[in-house]
Design a protein around this ligand. Structure first.
Ligand SMILES: C[S@@+](CC[C@H](N)C(=O)[O-])C[C@H]1O[C@@H](n2cnc3c(N)ncnc32)[C@H](O)[C@@H]1O
Length: 283
């Protein structure tokens, strides 16, 4: 039995509200007021929720366009690479709840200062000032994690993620990545960068269906899945890293362009409803 199966069923900390044809996302907050990035705070049934904006967070955008793969769950520990000032990381911390933890890595001192201040109000947010490329040499995070989230606009973002995952991810853990193809070089088109990234990551992960994050975040794809058994022993250098020339260029995959269920047509404006997909709960 894996760690995830052995854990008690999670109390969902994500709520999806239908508003007209659209949806609003909320996370039950672990932190205390004031808002992190101007998001709304509301009280429901004695619990505090924060609005989660798809335009500000790629994970919220992924949910909005129909990502059905895993997301952070209550009680889990995550490693978050490229946290900036903590917009999405604070929601990840909300999702894992007070019994979970999120190690947030940021290499730039200025946003890191804000992360430090934020961590005073989000006790399960644990900032690490480091370059994710050299994280393997750091003493933190001090334990294996259930999931790894990455939002690194770097040419070698896939490689960074795989090396960190091999070092810190528990057996059959989850990897989630906001892939920015524009940062991966101009030698290949966005669909070819994506195809290479999927092929490379797919050797190590059982990939979910990739979500295209437009119109929320143009040039970004949400990609990830569960680590394959024996992942930690695989030779990452054995396959060519994304960015190497593609022998047979092809046009964008039409299935990918049309991905996502999009907003649901539910006119019950303002009502809290169960999310019928894999994530979220009724409230
Ligand atoms: C797009 S921003 C992240 C936004 C954030 N994930 C969110 O949704 O709120 C990318 C961040 O990654 C950081 N970054 C880029 N390369 C990095 C690296 N090699 N190691 C650590 N942080 C890195 C940048 O300094 C920047 O703050």
């Amino acid at each position: 039995m894996t760690q995830r199966e052995a854990r008690e069923p999670s109390r969902d900390r994500l709520v999806v509200e239908r508003v007209g044809d659209g949806r609003r996302f909320w996370t039950e907050t672990v932190g205390t007021f004031p808002p992190v990035y101007g998001e709304r705070w509301i009280e429901r049934e004695g619990r505090s929720f924060r609005g989660w904006s798809p335009s500000r967070s790629k994970l919220a955008a992924a949910l909005d366009v129909g990502w059905e793969g895993p997301i952070p769950q209550e009680g889990e520990t995550w490693l978050y690479l490229g946290a900036a000032t903590g917009t999405t990381a604070s929601h990840v911390a909300d999702l894992v709840g007070p019994k979970g933890a999120v190690y947030v890595v940021e290499k730039s001192p200025r946003p890191f200062q804000k992360l430090l201040v934020l961590a005073e109000r989000w006790p399960n947010l644990l900032p690490i000032l480091a370059d994710a490329r050299s994280l393997e040499e750091e003493p933190y995070p001090p334990r294996m994690v259930d999931g790894l989230y990455a939002d690194l606009p770097q040419p070698d973002q896939v490689d960074i993620v795989l090396r960190s995952a091999r070092r810190f991810l528990r057996e059959r853990g989850t990897v989630l990545m906001a892939l920015k193809t524009a940062s991966m070089g101009r030698d290949l088109s966005a669909p070819l960068h994506l195809e290479q990234a999927e092929r490379h990551l797919g050797r190590f992960l059982t990939l979910e269906r990739t979500a295209r994050l437009a119109p929320w975040h143009r040039g970004h794809y949400f990609i990830g899945g569960e680590a394959r058994p024996g992942f930690e022993n695989l030779d990452l250098a054995a396959s060519p890293p994304p960015g190497s020339p593609e022998p047979e260029p092809r046009s964008p995959h039409p299935r990918r362009e049309g991905r996502g269920r999009g907003p649901r047509s539910d006119r019950e404006s303002g009502r809290w409803v169960p999310r019928p997909a894999r994530h979220g709960r009724s409230a």
